[in-house]
Design a protein around this ligand. Sequence first.
Ligand SMILES: Nc1ncnc2c1ncn2[C@@H]1O[C@H](COP(=O)(O)OP(=O)(O)O)[C@@H](O)[C@H]1O
Length: 190
Amino acid sequence: MINLVLFGKPGAGKGTQANFLKEKYNLKHISTGDVFRFNIKNGTELGTLAKSYIDKGELVPDEVTINMLKAEVEKNPDASGFIFDGFPRTNAQAEALDDLLEEKEMKIDATIALEADDEVLIQRLLERGKVSGRSDDQDESKIRNRFDEYNEKTAPLMQYYKKQDKFHSVNGIGSIEDITERLSKVIATL
Ligand SMILES: Nc1ncnc2c1ncn2[C@@H]1O[C@H](COP(=O)(O)OP(=O)(O)O)[C@@H](O)[C@H]1O
């Protein structure tokens, strides 16, 4: 069993890489952003709540996100491991994830960050917004707000995982295949 956290700013390529890694290593991919968007599309209560935060480029409150993540893990009791994409994004979420996995006699093996400059990321997100219709990707001020949220609440998690000796980072600029290769090299050391 292998459990990975993919870490990085909005637009860093977590979802794209998770799609390759899940096939390569037979892992269940959980993207909190995708679960929220699915709920928004289906007009659930969770979706309506999440939308009010996502539309402003803010994080959804921890309690809501943590409960949702737990439910997603519990839906997959037979998984041979997970890729967590977009979770944890706060200290409380990181602690909740460690507790949840410990209860199940599992653990995070590695947190891998995809690194890229803000200006590159903003261009990628605006391009994605044109294709996907994601409203949080169409407005530069919302994107900048997500970066501020990341710097304030998520970046400190690097220290959390460094202390546990689980933090790795790879250059997120290059072709999709090259970046998958860089990630695979880290996974090979685990
Ligand atoms: N772990 C989380 N905690 C709080 N909010 C979250 C979390 N994951 C996703 N969200 C909400 O969903 C939005 C979209 O998430 P995601 O698709 O992962 O986008 P991004 O491209 O910004 O990384 C975030 O901006 C945030 O509002």
